[in-house]
Design a protein around this ligand. Structure first.
Ligand code: CMP
Length: 224
């Protein structure tokens, strides 16, 4: 039963599009569904790896920390994305930690099953490469942001990146704690609070109920 359920889930995951029934069987045999509450570490930086993960529901942050415990958030992942593939590909320790920001559901795929799919299916290999290239593009953009923008620009870039078009308005739907924004842009929480207050007072952003934000058109002027 679990096998058939896992197979049905995996069939709908875009990363594994193009697999034959027998390949899906192999993959399902090496996969297990996992549920995690908010705040749980799913993979830990520096540890050896046995699985990669497909995110089915919820959001999780990818984070690194230095020896003093200072943290930087590299990315926030949502449903449909995957992680934990890097250390399976190069056999090095985990490059970062992944921690749930809200209750999450994952499909954990064993190292053997994942590697078998990479070898057997050029389509899966291509999908994995596409995902890694997209991340490199995002990382390039982030380096540019950190190198060239002041702190107002960095906050504006994060807010715009996390916003979506809702009926013609740019809205940040998920509440973004100041501390989390600070860890994304290498600034202090206090500085982010000051910048957000300034942006609100000057009409660049509008606070909505439930921690949502509306971004005004002119916010883009900070990043252009
Ligand atoms: P791995 O190194 O196995 O474990 C940590 C995972 O975090 C890594 O695989 C990637 O899947 C993911 N990861 C690392 N760096 C980034 C990044 N810059 N953006 C998104 N995901 C990342």
């Amino acid at each position: 039963m679990a096998h058939e359920e896992n197979k049905a889930f995996l069939r709908r995951v875009p990363l594994f599009s193009g697999l034959t029934e027998s390949q899906l069987d192999t993959l399902a045999a090496g996969s297990a569904r996992r549920s995690y509450p908010k705040g749980r570490t799913v993979v830990s930086e520096g540890e050896p790896s046995q699985s990669m993960y497909i995110q089915l529901a919820g959001r999780a942050k990818v984070q690194r920390s230095d020896s003093e415990g200072k943290e930087v958030i590299l990315a926030v992942l949502g449903a449909g994305e995957f992680f934990g593939e890097m250390s399976l590909i190069d056999d090095a320790p985990r490059s970062a930690s992944v921690i749930t920001l809200e209750p999450c559901e994952f499909m954990a795929v064993s190292k053997d099953a994942f590697k078998a799919m990479l070898v057997q299916s050029p389509e899966v290999a291509m999908n994995v490469m596409r995902g890694i290239v997209r991340r490199l593009r995002d990382a390039d953009k982030k380096i540019e942001t950190l190198a060239l923008l002041d702190v107002y620009g960095r906050v504006a870039r994060v807010l715009l990146d996390f916003s979506e078009n809702v009926g013609g308005e740019r809205i940040v739907k998920n509440k973004m704690p100041r501390q989390e924004i600070a860890k994304m842009i290498g600034a202090s929480r206090e500085m982010v609070s000051r910048v957000m207050k300034g942006l609100e007072t000057d009409g660049y952003i509008v606070a909505l109920p439930e921690g949502k934000l509306q971004l005004r058109e002119k916010l883009s002027s900070y990043i252009s």
